[in-house]
Design a binder for this molecule. Sequence first.
Ligand code: SF4
Ligand code: SF4
Ligand code: SF4
Length: 273
Amino acid sequence: MSKVFTIDVARCSGCYNCQIACKDEHAGNDWTPYAKPQPLVGQFWLKVKETVHGTIPKVKIHYTPKLCNHCEKPSCIGACGNGAIYKREDGLVLIDPEKCKGCKKCASACPYEVIYFNDDLNISQKCTGCAHLLDNGKSIPRCVEACPTGALRFGEKNEMAEQLTGTVVLSPETGLLPNVYYKNIPGLFIAGTLYDPIEEEIIEGAACHLSCGPRVWDTVTDDFGDFWFKDLPAGKYELAIKAPGFALKHISGIDAGSDVNLGDIPLDQQPPL
Ligand code: SF4
Ligand code: SF4
Ligand code: SF4
């Protein structure tokens, strides 16, 4: 039996309700033996990360809620010399606030940086999966309950086949086998705007053909002369642009290690035959 979270990034509107609900549930509330109160400032057991892609005017934003992964093989448990961290039968990983001695070894051992330190209480703290609610009749944590878009889900792993389809975990190379699954994390984009420098007009409906080794993508420019290739893997790209009345244009060696805005691209008019 293992509880899992699923997070659909495409559905996340960045409303921060989950982050606020977690704060409301835990700041100032003593849920011992599950957790002592979270400080009012300095800790977000669930933190919504904003990622901005590209450069103005070709900009996209996505939001990624991050919390303890309640890993199958949690490195935090082995790092604690006081036996304060344990994994419950339902898979949730908790820090016993009575046993924690404040050595911070768990925080150093967690590659996901989701353990915080409470200076006033001298203990490490993190997401509890709202185990205090689950053990008292609730089926979902506060953050999940607060999500208005259904981006955040929680349940038994073997009952969530649909939500788990097409998901990935963060940094799988850690080998900790996280139980927070993400889907629709955007890949990179390559974008630009085509224009005719003589007529000083944007060019609509131009065919844009992108390639990276054997992989190819096709699109056409929209009403603003823009083309967007989205969800690309990192790599070196070649772009070929074809528009009626204009010479074929090639742009090679596009280095997409991050998002690329190629900016305004002039096309040369073809001389009349
Ligand atoms: S994400 Fe970090 S704190 Fe949470 S269970 Fe995994 S190793 Fe432990
Ligand atoms: S499960 Fe509870 S403790 Fe964990 S992030 Fe959600 S609201 Fe916070
Ligand atoms: S509550 Fe839902 S939609 Fe709002 S930020 Fe959190 S996951 Fe995204």
